[in-house]
Design a protein around this ligand. Sequence first.
Ligand code: ZN
Length: 270
Amino acid sequence: MPELVDVEMVRRKLLRWMKGARVVAVHATDRYVLRPASPATFRHALAGRTVRGVERRGKWLRVELDGDLRLFSHLGMTGDWALCAVGAPRMPSERARLDLVRGGAATALRYLDPRRFGRLVAARREIPEWCALGQDPLTDGLTERSLRRSLATSHRAVKERLMDQTALAGIGNVLATEALWIARIHPRARSNSLTAVEVRAIVRALWTAIRRELRDKPEGVERRRAYGRAGRSCPRCGKTFARIVLGGRTTVLCRRCQAPRHSARGAGRA
Ligand SMILES: [Zn+2]
């Protein structure tokens, strides 16, 4: 699933493609992905408007248009936006298309979502999903103090808390797995049992993981140390990475580097 850095990359390209452009036509038919679910209402809301900017919070994008309209976009599991020529044949995974004009040049953007877990919401005000989002590390900052405050109120396993979008927006399985491995914290450690030193280590590790993804993504490479490496060797100690299921999600950890010291209540031992 696209998380913080993936969605930030989409924001940057949308801004490049859309800012100052006028939406001259909207092609959208997928009632499952669109809100309002009526394609005609959705098309009518967007057509004729000019794009002022593109914001991101967590895994949500917000395209700001004139007339106080916003287009919220969540990429779900596999969604993405792509540039295409006006009149290009429709792709099977295409759920919406915006025909744009900027400075006399016509282009089109299409929203692709093969699995249809994404959402496109046209609204005149903020939507509840956007308002419920917690602190976003890139737009709001992330400090030891703010993370300590967020962890102190939770009995849950630290990995689940880090991935709770209402607490910390944008952190998904990749960043949480990487950060906890870097910080040498067991994913099941109870959030409110962590010491100040451990919280500081997690904050630093999150920034390391985020910066690494920001650097690697545009180059099209993934140099992850722990995520997706179950069964392979830990690059730090050589022990084989283990895989556990936590909160319904697969988690990779090194049982030597991330020894369980503070198991979350009811979560059992790894
Ligand atoms: Zn290790």
